[in-house]
Write a protein that binds this ligand. Structure first.
Ligand SMILES: Cc1cc2nc3c(=O)[nH]c(=O)nc-3n(C[C@H](O)[C@H](O)[C@H](O)COP(=O)(O)OP(=O)(O)OC[C@H]3O[C@@H](n4cnc5c(N)ncnc54)[C@H](O)[C@@H]3O)c2cc1C
Length: 333
């Protein structure tokens, strides 16, 4: 059993348990989110000892060298001394410059960073309301010279961050931005390759960014965007996307609703967005695929596309994992 020293406290971490779980069990306040190594909210720093490589997956080389690691993915194999990292070096200051309702439960949030921020549309960042509350959101706009970042944030019932954005946040409020992260972005390596973009809910945010990037870079292959929602009012960019598709022959926008109460409109299909996409495009072999939003849909489709012929290297996915309670420790049950 490894021992982890943190803030004057020595905590024993049983095999298979993470540093994050062990510290939370002891009542320590460690910021965290997805607990699956994606959101990087639980970043910590090892000042003594070596952390397992798996806990540094996806981190920048400079951060790995400084001993930064993800506490949720760190099952220590040796004793460690750890601390919370200096956030000044990881985050940049930003302020809210706009809030616009895209639908009853989706807000477009616009921020301006205090210094240049380099990213690719479709990647995600952690937005920090304060030292403890940080959540991942995908970048929906192309990088701008004036540091404008745009996000689509869905209200989650009882949600700490999304509730703040929808109900209380105001233009001028400050927050911090950490990142960017993820590989869901357009690359112009093969401008003829067909692109398949599938997302549910605000999974449209990164896809909207990727789409704009592909169009801006003159992508020549067909681009099929499938947006799935439970009902018509969840198709929150329907008119803009319909208009955009009318301007670009290569862009095909497919709006899908799971529950069509009435006969769906002529331009909206009823059914499961993944099934409708596979039915429409036939084999995905040779396509570049982007999947974003609901984790069950994203993870299920990733497998289906691979089995149907898409190459793993051509499948880019961001599952919008929710922050959740700690997995149970069988030793403490
Ligand atoms: C890589 C990545 C990118 C993301 N990008 C976006 C984005 O662009 N737009 C966006 O709106 N969200 C995005 N998310 C989700 C976002 O990070 C938050 O999880 C979400 O906004 C809820 O945070 P909250 O603080 O409001 O709710 P919390 O306070 O974290 O949760 C409140 C309760 O709701 C549950 N819950 C949380 N999320 C959901 C959900 N989706 N469905 C049902 N129950 C839920 C929690 O388990 C908890 O019980 C992304 C997540 C990841 C990992």
């Amino acid at each position: 059993m490894a021992r982890v020293k943190y803030n004057g406290l020595v905590v024993e971490v049983p095999a298979g348990r993470s540093v994050l779980d062990a510290l939370l069990d002891r009542g320590e306040t460690i910021p965290h989110g997805c607990r699956a190594g994606a959101c990087q909210t639980c970043l910590m720093q090892a000042t003594q000892g070596t952390v397992p490589a798996a806990s540094q997956r996806g981190l920048k080389a400079a951060h790995r060298e400084r001993g930064l690691f993800l506490a949720c993915s760190c099952m220590p194999e040796e004793d460690l001394e750890v601390c919370l990292p200096d956030t000044q070096q990881l985050r940049i200051a930003a302020s809210i410059v706009g809030r616009r309702a895209l639908a009853d439960d989706v807000m477009e949030l616009s921020l301006r960073t205090s210094e240049p921020f380099s990213y690719r549309a479709g990647q995600y960042v952690t937005l920090w309301r304060d030292a403890e509350l940080g959540r991942s959101y995908s970048l929906a706009n192309l990088p701008q010279t004036d540091g404008l970042l745009q996000f689509h944030i869905r209200r989650i019932e009882g949600g700490a961050f999304s509730g703040w954005i929808h109900d209380s946040a105001r233009v001028g409020d400050a927050l911090d931005v950490q990142g960017p992260m993820g590989d869901c972005f357009y690359t112009a390596d093969d401008p003829e390759q067909k692109l398949l973009l599938i997302g549910t809910g605000t999974g449209l945010a990164p896809l909207y960014g990727i789409l704009q990037d592909a169009l801006a870079q003159g992508h020549r292959g067909a681009i099929h965007l499938f947006h799935g929602a439970l009902a018509r009012d969840g198709l929150y960019l329907h008119d803009s996307l319909t208009e955009l598709a009318a301007q670009h022959n290569k862009l095909h926008y497919h709006a899908c609703v799971l529950h069509g109460d009435d006969e769906p409109a002529a331009d909206i299909r009823a059914g499961d967005v993944g099934a409708l996409a596979l039915e429409r495009i036939g084999t995905p072999a040779g396509w570049k695929c982007y999947l974003c939003g609901d984790p069950t849909l994203v993870n299920g489709l990733r497998k289906k596309l691979f089995l149907a012929g898409a190459a793993m290297k051509d499948i880019h996915a961001d599952a919008f994992l929710a922050s959740g309670p700690a997995p149970r420790d069988p030793l403490n049950d």
